[in-house]
Design a protein around this ligand. Structure first.
Ligand code: PRP
Ligand code: ZN
Length: 288
């Protein structure tokens, strides 16, 4: 297999993390050749091979070097304890690993779990947590549909991923302890070759440029010349705003990059200061 001057990434074969991972690559200008059905794919415009895997298999695949890098939930990295380097927290697919019990139960503190049977797909993280809290409980490992375990009498409680919380609600469970937060992380095989490191750097650069542009707007407005200083002070741009003369004497056009939130905060003030023809334009990439 030809792997020279290519980097191979493992991403999740389905679910939220799959969509979010592909979206992140696309925002970074890296487009995959085919849909999710195939096991292997590649990028159209970047020396990238893609392996689609079950999340559970990603840490080991990266630790073994079968894939050079991977995008996976921090929860899986923590659970599998494989040797991978966490290169970057990606800020999407945020969730938490929590303990939940039937809604009808009353709950005071973590001692509730003493002697209880807890169903989970994350026995390692749960075991560490229980040990730290000095709780003696029975861990019942199951690989999927953990949330139905209490309802069918298979367990007293569950330890699982909670995101919106709707899975808990529909199974009449309530979250009582948040054990650890999780989100998508980019992991890499320890000791990547220099060529692969360079490709990884290039990818990270693109990802960061797209990330930086998120929530940022390019603002254009017209203003009377004598108001330039006042208006400039309201625009906390990357550097001072660009000021260009307009055909109409005494008027200029101001350009700047600002946070979308800031835009809504200062729009009233801008107008009061005499700004006109205000335009807000989305930004795709921002290279610093
Ligand atoms: C997780 C988890 C729950 C659900 C929680 O499963 O096991 O079923 O998400 O999300 P919610 O709080 O938004 O309802 P996921 O679909 O990620 O797949 P998994 O079983 O492979 O972990
Ligand atoms: Zn899974």
């Amino acid at each position: 297999m030809e792997t020279q001057n290519k980097i191979r990434i493992a991403i999740q074969t389905k679910g939220r993390l799959n969509e979010d991972s592909i979206k992140m690559l696309e925002e970074a200008g890296i487009y995959l050749v085919k849909g999710k059905r195939q096991l292997v794919s590649s990028a159209k415009n970047f020396p990238l091979e893609v392996l689609f895997l079950r999340d559970d298999d990603i840490p080991q695949t990266v630790a073994d070097g079968m894939a050079d890098i991977g995008i996976v939930g921090l929860n899986e990295v923590m659970e599998k304890k494989e040797e991978v380097d966490i290169i970057q927290y990606l800020g999407f697919s945020k969730c938490r690993l929590s303990l939940a019990i039937p809604k009808s139960e009353s709950y005071e503190d973590v001692s509730y779990f003493s002697g209880k049977k807890i169903a989970t797909s994350y026995p390692v993280i749960l075991k560490d947590f229980l040990k730290e809290k000095n709780i003696d409980a029975e861990i019942h490992e199951i690989s999927g549909s953990v949330e139905i375990a209490p309802g069918i009498g298979l367990a007293d409680a569950i330890f699982d991923i909670v995101s919106s919380g709707s899975t808990l609600v529909s199974n009449r469970l309530k979250e009582v302890e948040v054990v650890t937060p999780s989100e998508a992380v980019l992991v890499a095989t320890p000791g990547l070759s220099d060529e692969k490191k360079a490709l990884l750097e290039e990818m990270l650069f693109r990802i960061e440029s797209a990330e930086r542009a998120k929530g940022k707007k390019y603002i254009l407005l017209n203003a009377p010349e004598e108001k330039v200083e006042e208006i400039s002070n309201m625009l906390p741009g990357m550097k001072s705003p660009t000021v260009m003369p307009l055909a109409e004497e005494g008027w200029v056009s101001l350009h700047s990059v600002i946070d979308e939130n800031v835009f809504w905060e200062i729009i009233g003030k801008l107008k009061a200061a005499g700004a006109q023809g205000i335009l807000s334009i989305p930004i795709e990439k921002m290279i610093m």
